[in-house]
Write a protein that binds this ligand. Structure first.
Ligand SMILES: [Zn+2]
Length: 385
């Protein structure tokens, strides 16, 4: 192949390069399969507090990415092969057929000089970005998991999501049950939990929601980076605000060593009036777990308020002198009967004492200056941008 000027001919006929995570490929002749997937929404209760947030899960079904190069016998051929191998980690044992796709873009060149510039003309791959950093991360759970002997385990080693988790996210059964999705995802990505043996998904399901949500946020952060595109609406002037949140900056409330999560005791103002006209006001609740999330998923899908009642009912330990079996049988109905002010008391008590990541955000509207409280927008939580 004759060399033309400073460039190999094939480089010129290739005319564009693929840039992945800032590394330029040797010239390629054709790239296809850069389609975007769809977004599906999964509703997921936020453990300790009474909020329901949405985590979007799919947008991970890509077309096959095809990269072609006219092999011309120049040194560029070997460079291309090496680049391809490296970029897509073809021999990586843990990532299936090819490595996780990275942030990429096609740059059209003429004689080695980019001729298309500006974001509107660059073509971005809809990809999983893989931020630089460790594949695994050791974390301390905000609450901790108690095994059957009452021993508390708080050290978890989490690894980045891979192609294996794409299948979990895409599974329709998981998409119908946010709690189950989180259980499957975490179970798959937890490398080690203290010195516990790996015993199916029951450990993760038995963990407190506060710990699960903490791990979920860390999982997102190590896999896709800590920046999250969030959107909020000002309740006063309806201005739409786009904010980039940093997941690693969210405050975490952790229990001290040896501290166990307290029952949450709430003195209701109006209380619950039973069939005999007796009023019960002393309410004791426990923190919800993954098993609770999974159990209320169908109600949650039907109606967020129903789902919330079902979740809180499962976490009621006692209410005045109401017998335990009554509480279990009609818990959701009792909660539905409580006055708005009592329900607000419960919300506040749960929010105040809930350990884990604080998902409440205080936003100042740049348009009207109003400062409002909301929960972290997680619509793009597992969406690849
Ligand atoms: Zn406003």
């Amino acid at each position: 192949m004759p060399k033309v000027g400073d460039f190999w001919e094939s480089y010129r006929t290739g005319e564009f390069v693929l840039t992945i995570d800032g590394t330029e490929s040797p010239g390629v002749t054709k790239v296809s399969g850069l389609s975007e997937g769809e977004i599906d929404t999964i509703e997921q209760p936020d453990g300790g507090s009474a909020h329901v947030y949405k985590i979007a899960a799919t947008k991970i079904k890509y077309d096959t990415l095809t990269i072609e190069r006219y092999v011309d016998g120049s040194p560029e051929d070997k460079r291309f092969k090496d680049w391809f191998q490296q970029t897509f980690s073809l021999n990586s044992p843990t990532q299936g057929n090819s490595g996780v796709r990275k942030n990429g873009m096609i740059v059209k060149k003429h004689n080695g000089v980019p001729v298309l510039s500006g974001s509107d003309k660059e073509i971005y791959m809809s990809t999983l970005s893989t931020p630089a950093g460790k594949r695994e991360l050791e974390l301390t759970l905000p609450v901790g998991y108690s095994d059957e002997n009452g021993q508390v385990h708080r050290t978890v080693v989490l690894r980045k999501m891979t192609g294996k988790e794409e299948a979990i996210l895409a599974d329709r059964r998981n998409q119908r049950n946010g709690g189950r999705l989180v259980t499957e995802l975490l179970h798959s990505c937890i490398v080690r939990m203290s010195d516990l043996p790996q015993n199916g998904t029951s450990t993760v399901a038995g963990m407190y929601s506060a710990d699960r949500n903490y791990l979920l946020i860390k999982l997102r952060s190590i896999t896709f980076g800590s920046e999250l595109q969030a959107g909020y609406s000002c309740p006063t002037c309806s201005e739409r605000l786009q904010v980039v949140e940093d997941l690693d900056e969210l405050p975490v409330r952790s229990l001290a060593d040896g501290e166990s999560p307290d029952d949450i005791v709430i003195e209701l103002e109006d209380g619950y009036t039973d069939r005999d006209g007796q009023v019960h006001t002393a309410l004791t609740m426990r923190l919800p777990t993954g098993a609770d999330e999974e159990a209320v998923a169908s109600q949650m899908r039907q109606n967020a308020s129903l789902g919330k009642n079902a979740l809180l009912a499962r976490c009621m330990k006692s209410l005045g002198d109401v017998p335990k079996h009554r509480l279990e049988a009609i818990g959701p109905r009792i909660l539905a009967d409580l006055t708005m002010s009592d329900r607000r008391l419960i919300d506040r008590a749960l929010n105040q004492s809930a350990p884990g990541i604080d998902l409440t955000r205080e936003i100042e509207c740049p348009n009207c200056g109003h400062v409002f409280k909301t929960t972290l927008d997680m619509t793009h939580f597992l969406v690849l941008e």
